[in-house]
Ligand binder design. Structure first.
Ligand SMILES: C=C1C[C@]23C[C@@]1(O)CC[C@H]2[C@@]12CCC[C@@](C)(C(=O)O1)[C@H]2[C@@H]3C(=O)O
Ligand SMILES: O=C(O)CCC(=O)C(=O)O
Ligand SMILES: [Fe+2]
Length: 371
């Protein structure tokens, strides 16, 4: 059966609190937003101040980009890219579209609320249901055309906003394809190994979601959580975080490392599905967003994956007698359903054999060893 990405949560509805807060009216942190280490699966005390370990930055025009990408994926599961070909004007346009959206009144935004079994629309992050405390953020997810929702938000000029989204998605899709071939190439995988990429390797049937995240300035940032620690259920994610810091990644042996915003750079996360097809060679990076006292922060994530209902599995070239497949075949839709049910245990729930020593399995985040 050919399911679309938008069908992923039909059998996993989640009822998040519909009434959304007006963050601007909150001058102190309500208890429902105050996180203690017990509320988080990955405590804050792991934050590394001034660690000299920093997320790799790769210039995509560098002749060595393939090798550098392989090393970054293997050792970090995340890297920043420069010279990626996305015009600054487009990044500015999507940022200001996001700002217009989140500055609408709560009543207006709720007209485009995501339904419990839907994928697109306004609301808290889906993973909120796994936490007792609320996150200091709001989000808007776009899968397919945003026109119906945007008509609710901006009855007069929804067209202008739809065009920006369309253009952004077109450019991101091309960049995602380029990054896929760099990441796959670094593993010795070529076009004939990925049938669903199409004869020209342009990933025509790929699915994607665009996630706009808004983190208002927060009266008590040290006790709040912008977006709780998670891995992305994607092949890869392209994140634009503009010029306000907040993104942190968990580095084994070091703790939480801030990904510093660099003008015009984009952050690339290895997602759970790439971890699966690489047969565990590339870890999907655990990350979170923290908030700050004075600045509103906006981030835009392009979540890229395979066609929603094709089965993906560890690539046959990476599997052999000494490297048995670590994961069973699964489609993106099924994986999203699994994530909706098991959250951070989703990857281990599709794992075929237990890691030899779970203390060193970087993608079993329940046992990850941090110093
Ligand atoms: C395709 C998707 C991945 C995502 C769930 C979604 O259906 C669309 C939103 C994505 C997002 C963005 C914020 C963090 C996250 C964990 C969440 O709650 O919604 C991711 C989901 C994911 O990667 O699992
Ligand atoms: O806002 C950020 O920096 C992180 C966003 C994120 O992790 C996501 O949208 O999946
Ligand atoms: Fe994420």
């Amino acid at each position: 059966m050919h399911l679309k990405l938008s069908d992923a949560f039909k059998s996993h509805p989640v009822n998040l609190q519909l009434k959304h807060p007006d963050f601007n009216s909150l001058h102190e942190l309500p208890d429902s937003y105050a996180w203690t280490n017990n509320d988080d699966h990955y405590p804050s005390f792991l934050t590394s101040f001034g660690a000299d370990d920093s997320v790799p930055v790769i210039d995509l025009s560098d002749t060595n980009a393939l090798k550098l990408t392989g090393h970054a994926c293997k050792t970090w599961g995340v890297f920043q890219v420069t010279n990626h070909g996305i015009q600054q004007k487009l990044l500015d346009d999507i940022e200001s579209a996001g700002k217009s959206l989140f500055s609408l009144t709560v009543q207006q935004k709720l007209k485009a609320a995501r339904s419990p079994d839907g994928i697109s629309g306004y609301g808290f992050a889906r993973i909120s249901s796994f936490f007792k405390k609320l996150m200091w953020s709001e989000g808007f997810t776009i899968v397919g055309s945003p026109v119906d929702h945007f008509r609710q938000l901006w009855p007069q000029d929804y067209d202008k906003f739809c065009n920006i989204i369309e253009e952004y998605e077109k450019e991101m899709k091309m960049l995602a394809g380029r990054l896929m071939w760099l990441m796959l190439g670094s593993l010795g995988i070529s076009m004939e190994d990925i049938k669903w990429a199409g004869s020209k390797g342009e990933f025509k049937g790929a699915s994607a979601a665009l996630q706009l995240n808004s983190y208002p300035a927060c009266p008590e940032p040290d006790r709040a959580m912008g977006l709780a620690a998670h891995t992305d259920s994607t092949l890869l994610t392209i994140l634009y975080q503009s010029n306000t810091s907040g993104l942190q990644v968990l580095r084994e042996g070091t703790g939480w490392v801030t990904v510093p915003p660099m003008p015009g750079a984009l952050v690339i996360n290895v997602g759970d599905l790439f971890h699966i097809i690489s047969n565990g060679l590339y870890p999907s990076v655990l990350h979170r967003a923290v908030v700050n006292r004075t600045q509103h922060r906006l981030s835009i994530a392009y979540l890229f994956g395979p066609p929603a209902s094709i089965q993906i599995s560890p690539l046959s070239k990476l599997v052999g007698p000494s490297h048995p497949p670590l994961y069973r075949p699964i489609s993106w839709n099924e994986y999203l359903g699994t994530k909706a049910k098991h959250f951070n245990k989703a990857l281990s729930s599709v794992r075929l054999c237990a890691p030899l020593n779970s203390l060193v399995d970087v993608n079993d985040h329940n046992s990850v060893k941090v110093g």
